[in-house]
Design a protein around this ligand. Structure first.
Ligand code: SF4
Length: 409
């Protein structure tokens, strides 16, 4: 959306990783592009991708990126360490991913794993200078850190990473930013161990964003066949079962996933979206062995790959009935979580806790009413969306049980 850059008075947006070339970039801009002592090292425009991940360079006055034949990313050694505390105590532990989901540019970046020493130095800066006790460590797929064959998790590397972070003086909490659901589903013992190292517990939940994207086996296999690795969708159960097992293990060891789901994926049908509605409703009505409700949030998103967003006008467009149903099911669950957890998780005196939790619950209900009104106007039967996947006439059958059986994974 280059017109936004214009409106905000921004001269150039740089696209890509800039750690190794930032000084040359500023020098060129200061000297008037193109030129500078580094020569015309930058392309005036942006890189974009077609549906087959083929890259092309598109000229544009508001963007700068690396030229076609130059090095595209910094090496590990060229990525400098932070000198001052970072926002929210965020430190990187790796770049790239490699799983290969077809809507994600991260997967195209070369994999670089930061050594423990580098990570610990940055955590120390945040803890000592910033006074942070919590560490957000950024990765687009934490369980891929130094992964093994077939994206099997590297237990030693992961436990070593968690131990290194928690060993920094002053740190009492840690959260990875992103991770896949299949690893908790398949490796409960690893999750127990990581939780112990991270001191997770009823008053110290580990939050992590998890892209489950869909409830449809067909779409999952089409767009993200490797996201379930080392499990396989089909032989190891439907995608929905893998997700349910993953949530069970995460919650059991006090990890709270923040899910994202997508609508508008290429080749999507209304049936695929209704499968996503069914998944959300089923998870929302599932409990652990001790009766605790599944803890998760879910955020619906419209599928707009970043590369495509830069190369065409972005229009939010109108959601069809099945897409509205995904939004409705997501917000319905969020309102339920707000009402359920607000009292438990708010702090202060009884009076302020009562006030805070009432406000959050009312806010959740108001949000759901607003979403319901939009959905009804769009022709959605919200009662159908609320029940879908939970059994009943003309409904997708409920899976065997909503209580996930004992015996992890
Ligand atoms: S697992 Fe996540 S980061 Fe990796 S390719 Fe898929 S969407 Fe991208």
């Amino acid at each position: 959306m280059p017109e936004e850059l214009e409106r905000l008075g921004i001269d150039y947006a740089f696209q890509g990783e800039a750690d190794d070339i930032a000084p040359g970039l500023f020098e060129e801009i200061a000297n008037g592009l193109p030129g500078g002592t580094w020569g015309p090292a930058f392309f005036k425009g942006f890189q974009t991708f077609d549906s087959g991940f083929r890259k092309s360079w598109v000229g544009h006055d508001k963007f700068l990126t690396r030229t076609r034949f130059s090095k595209q990313t910094p090496t590990l050694e060229e990525i400098p360490e932070i000198r001052k505390p970072s926002m929210k105590s965020l430190v990187e532990v790796m770049r790239g991913c490699g799983i290969g989901c077809d809507f994600c540019e991260v997967t195209l970046r070369p994999l670089r794993y930061y050594p423990y020493e580098k990570i610990m130095k940055e955590v120390q800066v945040n803890a000592r200078q910033g006074g942070f006790t919590n560490v957000w460590f950024h990765t687009d797929e934490v369980f891929a850190y130094q992964h093994g064959r077939n994206f099997e998790p590297n237990t030693d590397a992961l436990t070593g990473l968690f131990k290194a972070i928690m060993s920094v003086r002053g740190v009492s909490q840690m959260n990875p930013t992103h991770g896949r659901i299949s690893i908790p589903a398949a490796y409960p013992d690893l999750m127990r161990e990581l939780s112990e190292i991270g001191r997770a517990g009823p008053s110290n939940w580990v939050g992590v964003q998890v892209g489950i994207e869909t409830g449809s086996d067909r779409l999952a296999k089409l767009h993200m066949p490797n996201k379930a690795l080392p499990l396989k969708i089909g032989p190891d159960g439907p995608w929905q079962d893998i997700v349910r097992r993953g949530v069970y293990v995460m919650n059991k060891y006090y990890w709270r996933p923040a899910f994202t789901v997508q609508v508008g994926q290429a080749g999507e049908t209304p049936e695929d979206n209704w499968e996503t509605v069914a998944l959300i409703n089923r998870l929302s009505n599932s409990v652990l062995d001790d009766g605790r409700a599944f803890e998760f949030t879910v955020t619906p998103m419209q599928n707009v790959p970043l590369g495509m967003m830069k190369s065409r006008a972005f229009r939010s467009g109108l959601l069809d009935e099945s897409q509205l149903a995904v939004y409705y099911a997501s917000y319905r669950h969020l309102a339920k979580v707000a009402a359920r957890d607000a009292a438990r998780d708010s702090s202060g005196s009884i009076l302020s806790r009562y006030g805070t939790s009432a406000l959050i619950a009312i806010g959740g209900r108001a949000m759901l009413e607003a979403v319901s009104a939009v959905c009804r106007r769009g022709g959605l039967d919200v009662e159908k969306a609320a029940r879908y996947g939970l059994g009943g006439v003309g409904q997708a059958p409920t899976p065997k049980t909503t209580r996930v059986p004992e015996g992890d994974g």
